[in-house]
Design a protein around this ligand. Structure first.
Ligand code: PMP
Length: 446
């Protein structure tokens, strides 16, 4: 398997050279928060796959729902007047749980095409309103919004821009609400005020009537788990209203209980104009994403498209019935106690990780529910990042694997954790014990 992998399988995101040299770690099976590789090694998954397997592995009800749907009707188009029962039911249940009037739902195949779809719907909306000159879209530094051309452009991570000619001419970024490295006063109020001022300045620079929308993740994930200050999202939402631009929440990671409630927007009673989700929607059991839009955006596009004229957007696997059946089974689990368990486990995780703040290598601990970032420094006073020569990221991942714990390293200085919401308190303890052990080994090595 390793030699076939080296010869044929492209591993995006990682360095292709390093990946070919190291070969893959091949996973075989999973149960709850646990994975087993093909050599039988047991691993505690502290990252829910890629922050997606929120319900944990091997959930019988999910597998049964998928199997039943696959046997009965594996495929139905969501276009040309057709639909499937699970897609309709899922849309209805999600609309009932969505913030405010985000009543209209488009199902995509994952997060990147949910973001890409949202950008297209925003374009349709601006045309429908007669304001096509509102073309520009603003995101955040350290933001991640996917790998399609438009998603990668809205992303502000160097690896996603290299040799790709993005961001596109209409995509812009303002600084991230990154308190730990915020220059000067880094109180909640100062960091929030800086973001509000940066958004206003960017809109003024581009032209007050030239900007369509502001996109943000309620907690920035792939940029290093940056948790904005309390009140930040509400302030940004209000600023967008004041500026007459749309506020879009990319909840691909934060949705479905990752930060506690079903959607992170609920934490501050924020109602975005649009919301994108994926990952926890089907908990990794099958691909699916979604765009939620307000009734106003939907009806504006609908009412300005004459009868018989198509709104040309959609993919073959949009609203896939098997994914939708999985989505329903997963939603049942969230509603039947999994969200509550995630909140309890998240409180314990916060308690354990804050204690880790005393570790010599730990500069900052950021946590929101079952989503955490640990920033490593070699000097707590100067906040000096570990030298790249120490190769901390690859050490962390190999030592972690050896000790039976999976997490994600962002660069050489940030560890991300996103354990399944089904974790018991004992599993959270074991995860933190193993992580501490990994950090001790890396410290002794450095
Ligand atoms: N938006 C955010 C906030 C994400 O974290 C991701 C994936 N990590 C995406 C969009 C893209 O989703 P996908 O990988 O499912 O295409």
């Amino acid at each position: 398997l390793i030699s076939i992998d080296r010869d044929h399988l492209i591993h995006p995101v990682s360095s292709w050279r390093d990946q070919e040299e190291a070969g893959p770690r091949i996973l075989h099976s999973g149960h709850g928060a646990w994975l087993k590789d093909i050599n039988g090694k047991e691993l505690l998954d502290g990252f829910s796959g890629l922050w997606c397997v929120n319900v944990g592995y091997g959930c019988k009800s999910v597998v049964e729902a998928a199997t039943e749907q696959m046997a009965r009707l594996p495929y139905a188009t969501g276009y040309f007047g057709f639909a499937s029962e699970p897609a309709i039911t899922l849309a209805g249940r999600l609309a009932a749980r969505a913030p405010g009037n985000l009543n209209r739902i488009f199902f995509s195949q994952g997060g990147s095409d949910a973001v890409d779809s949202a950008l297209r719907f925003i374009r349709f909306y601006q045309h429908a309103r007669g304001t096509p000159e509102r073309r520009h879209v603003i995101g955040l530094a350290r933001g991640y919004h996917g790998s399609t051309y438009t998603g990668a452009g809205l992303t502000a991570l160097a690896a996603f821009h290299r040799d790709a000619d993005v961001p596109l001419s209409w995509q812009h970024h303002i600084p991230s609400p990154y308190a730990y490295r915020h220059p000067g006063d880094n109180s909640d109020a100062a960091v929030t005020a800086a973001s509000v001022a940066a958004l206003k300045a960017k809109v003024a620079e581009l032209g007050a009537d030239k900007v369509a929308a502001f996109f943000c993740e309620p907690v920035q994930g792939s940029g290093g788990v940056i948790v904005p200050p309390a009140g930040w999202m509400k302030a940004m939402r209000e600023t967008c209203r004041e500026l007459g631009i749309l506020f879009v929440a990319d909840e691909v990671i934060t949705g479905f209980g990752r930060t506690g409630p079903l959607f992170a927007c609920e934490r501050e009673n924020v109602v975005p104009d649009m919301m994108t989700v994926a990952k926890g929607l089907t908990s990794g059991y099958a691909p699916m994403g979604a765009v939620f839009m307000s009734e106003d955006i939907y009806t504006t596009i609908r009412d300005n498209t004459p009868p018989g004229v198509a709104v040309g957007h959609g993919m073959t696997y949009s609203a896939h019935p098997v994914s939708a059946a999985i989505g329903l089974a997963v939603l049942d689990l969230y509603e039947q106690g999994l969200l509550a368990n995630g909140v309890k486990a998240g409180e314990h995780l916060a308690h354990r990780l804050h204690a880790l703040g005393n570790h010599a290598l730990v500069g900052d601990v950021r946590i929101s529910g079952m989503l955490a970032g640990i920033e490593l420094v070699t000097d707590k006073m100067t906040k000096h990042k570990p030298d790249a020569k120490l190769k901390i990221a690859s050490k962390l991942s190999s030592i972690g694997y050896e000790k039976g714990v999976l997490f994600r390293a962002f660069g050489d200085d940030i560890i991300g954790l996103a354990p399944p919401l089904c974790c018991t308190i004992e599993e959270v303890d074991l995860l933190c014990d193993r992580l501490t052990d990994v950090l001790d080994t890396v410290r002794d090595d450095a």
